[in-house]
Design a protein around this ligand. Structure first.
Ligand code: NAP
Length: 253
């Protein structure tokens, strides 16, 4: 798919990977529907996309809220008159051990709200956005692409019960939807980044981050624009569907 003039929704577009992917699509002449909770960040992101050469509109929506997501995709189609792609990127972490033990005693459990908040955004949010995008793409009758952002943590990572479960679910949904939606000319793919240089990772303790880096064969974090490059490739290569593309510097958890 040639990105010029195409309309793409990017969730979590206010910063990090979402912002970088939006700028990369804009540089190819795409029209962006930028989605985030942070309206100030969205306004800045829209300026950056315009500077990169694309159009951009801002939509404040919570991807975990069904009625907001339904309204979002309706608004995007009303505003732009088409929908060619959605990048279901918004995500959060609430890390912690399942059970924390000190001196032989259980001192903390992962709370249900820590589990649920990550499942709500990282799994249900992807489900809702993909579902609504698919509805609109089928109604519009044109080819479409759904990119979901999974993670290297989908293999299972210490301290990330909630996040690993969500990201494994995202990978499984990607394969399922690729099979279900191919007949409507909709491709579905996922990107599983390793550790990338974004505000999400900047929140990690520096000693843990150094340990992580030392285990990466390329010995560094990914830059956000390296993940963005993969998302552009997935738009441009019409034979990619049903796969999770790993961009992780060679790291295996
Ligand atoms: P980030 O810097 O934390 O950015 C995430 C963005 O998503 C923020 O702008 C945030 O907005 C927005 N967001 C959070 N919850 C939302 C919601 N309910 N509705 C709408 N927007 C919401 O994260 P990132 O590092 O760019 O990560 C992007 C995606 O890549 C995530 O799915 C993440 O799990 C995945 N990933 C990242 C890495 C990495 O190393 N960075 C690795 C693997 C996978 P607010 O600021 O308003 O909360």
């Amino acid at each position: 798919m040639d990105l010029k003039g195409k309309v793409i929704v990017v969730t979590g577009a206010g910063r990090g990977l979402g912002l970088s992917m939006s700028q990369a699509f804009a540089a190819k002449g795409a029209k962006l529907a930028l989605v985030d909770l942070d309206e100030a960040a969205l306004a800045d992101a829209a300026k950056l996309c315009q500077q990169a050469g694309g159009e951009a509109r801002c939509y404040r929506a919570n991807v975990a809220d069904e009625s907001e997501v339904v309204q979002l995709y309706t608004d995007v189609v009303n505003d732009f008159g088409r929908l060619d792609g959605t990048v279901n990127n918004a995500g959060i972490t609430r890390d912690g051990l399942l059970v924390k033990v000190k001196d032989g005693k259980v001192v903390k459990k992962m709370e249900l709200k820590e589990w649920q908040s990550v499942i709500d955004v990282d799994l249900t949010g992807v489900f809702l956005c993909a579902r609504e995008a698919a509805v609109k793409m089928i109604e519009l009758g044109k080819p479409g692409l759904i990119i979901n952002i999974s993670s290297i943590s989908r293999a299972g990572n210490i301290g990330q019960t909630n996040y690993s479960a969500a990201k494994a679910g995202v990978a499984a949904m990607t394969v399922t939807w690729a099979k279900e939606l191919a007949r409507y000319n909709i491709r579905v793919v996922a990107i599983a980044p390793g550790f990338a240089n974004t505000p999400m990772v900047a929140g990690m303790k520096s000693e843990i981050l150094e340990k992580v880096k030392s285990g990466i064969p390329l010995r560094r974090l990914a830059e956000a624009d390296e993940i963005a490059l993969t998302s552009v490739f997935l738009f441009e290569n019409d034979y990619c569907t049903g796969r999770v593309i790993e961009v992780d510097g060679g790291l295996r958890l």
